[in-house]
Design a protein around this ligand. Structure first.
Ligand SMILES: Nc1ncnc2c1ncn2[C@@H]1O[C@H](COP(=O)(O)OP(=O)(O)OP(=O)(O)O)[C@@H](O)[C@H]1O
Ligand SMILES: [Mg+2]
Length: 426
């Protein structure tokens, strides 16, 4: 829980487990399980929540605390008074007779690990206590040593397959590896995300759990749910079952971004276009947006639309247009010059098409930027990562990227089409 740390009540004197129950029947149920887990039976006290608050205000908090709310008239309020006296790190399990999902959610949101409905059976107790112990023992994330402004970067693919996820994993890896920043990668392609796959990791259930139970998202959740790629990079990605729609009002994603912001120095969000449309508020706290595009007619149209969208929906974000999969030989669908004329701004970075490298990266389970050290493609990634890191330190008004001018979209595309004689001939 979250009472301020009081040095007088040092952690060395912490008990592994203490319970405060309201009645003998509950005490009789709890004691055998406590003994089974190797804890002291005499730590099962009478007096419920009120006694818990009194006791913990003058003594060290245990690692795991079981508290009976049966006699509490206002459980939520009382839990908050418990939070004031209970030291950080204590994992709290509550029990009570009120079967109300809203109370459950509110209690969890207040920092309770679990709420058990009375009467319970020994298995429920055993499972809840073991889980609490595991949570207590889980490694805590190390705090960022240096105070640096958090950088949240959203990577948006202008058209599918443009390489947004490739850019996202490479950037996330470079933020850690080259810039020494602890980085979280949040892959919001819930059903088909490749964030974990590209790093040769199992995505786990973290992201789907977060969507199903947004109220459980907190610092501890992030620690347990994220999959580590290396000591600087952790990933939250999913391969949600494709027979199941993952319904969310977006609050889970927003909350995840918030928690990542406090636990990491950088967040890279692989943000599919449909997510942008559905949950525009996900962009509200993003410092830099990378639009990953190919140099095609359809992509030019969508760069124009996305730039305009960003200008009105995320004016605080710096925007970078990255042309990816740009052929080094042969004729591209649209030349860089024509593409830039159409979108009425410069392409900031060009990443060449390098199929050999892509195949190698897939085989090695490494980001493109790592697999192709020294290659031209990797240099483009390096330059992009450095630019983003410095953009994080620049002011938000330095946003270079909004679409400008008042020509209509159709008008600009018309102009573009006119510039494509080779296509027109076909
Ligand atoms: N510069 C590049 N050179 C060669 N291949 C590339 C390059 N960038 C990406 N690819 C390949 O293109 C394919 C699509 O990339 P990726 O999955 O990153 O695209 P995406 O925009 O995230 O797609 P989706 O819309 O499905 O999410 C992958 O096979 C990837 O390896
Ligand atoms: Mg993708």
């Amino acid at each position: 829980m979250n009472a301020p740390w009081t040095p007088g009540r040092g952690s060395s004197t912490r008990e592994p487990f203490v319970a405060f129950v309201c009645d003998d029947a509950t005490a009789d149920q709890v004691r055998p399980i406590v003994v089974e887990l190797g804890w002291a039976a005499d730590k099962v006290n009478k007096g419920g929540l009120r006694n818990a608050v009194q006791t913990l205000s003058v003594s060290a908090s245990p690692n795991v605390l079981f508290v009976d709310l049966s006699e509490s008239g206002d459980p939520l309020n009382d839990i908050n008074s418990l939070a004031e006296v209970c030291e950080p790190g204590t994992v709290v399990i509550a029990a009570g007779q009120v079967n109300d999902v809203r109370l459950y959610r509110d209690l969890v949101a207040s920092g309770i690990q679990d709420y058990l409905l009375k009467p319970f059976n020994p298995d429920q107790l055993r499972e809840a206590f073991s889980q609490a112990q595991a949570v207590f023992n889980a490694p805590k994330h190390s705090e960022a040593a240096v105070e640096r402004p958090h950088l949240t970067t959203a990577i948006v693919g202008v058209r599918s397959g443009a390489g947004a996820s490739t850019v996202a994993t490479s950037l996330a890896w470079l933020f850690g590896e080259k810039h020494g920043r602890s980085t979280a990668m949040l892959d919001l392609d819930i059903h088909f995300g490749t964030g974990a796959l590209a790093l040769d990791l199992e995505p786990g259930r973290g992201l789907t759990d977060a969507i199903e139970n947004p109220s459980r998202i907190d610092g501890l959740f992030i620690e347990r749910a994220m999959v580590r790629a290396n000591d600087k990079l952790a990933v939250l990605s999913a391969e949600a079952p494709i027979h199941q729609a993952m319904l969310s009002d977006g609050s889970a994603f927003f909350q995840l971004q918030e928690e990542m912001k406090s636990a990491f120095e950088c967040t890279v969000v692989d943000l599919p276009r449909n997510m942008l449309v559905q949950h525009p508020h996900l962009m509200s706290d993003v410092q830099a947006t990378v639009l990953v595009t190919e140099m095609t007619l359809a992509a030019a149209r969508d760069v124009i639309r996305l730039l305009a969208w960003l200008k009105s929906n995320a004016p605080q974000s710096a925007v970078f247009v990255v042309a990816n999969r740009v052929p080094t030989a042969g004729i591209p669908e649209i030349s860089r010059k024509d593409f830039e004329a159409s979108i009425e701004r410069k392409v900031d970075f060009v990443i060449p098409l390098d199929q050999k490298l892509a195949a190698q990266a897939a085989k090695l389970g490494k980001p493109l930027a790592e697999a192709g050290k020294g290659a031209k493609t990797s240099q483009a990634f390096l330059a992009l990562a450095s630019r983003l890191v410095s953009a994080a330190e620049e002011s938000a008004d330095d946003t270079a990227a909004a679409a400008s001018g008042n020509k209509s979209l159709l008008g600009r595309l018309g102009g573009l089409k006119a510039m494509m004689p080779s296509k027109a001939k076909k």
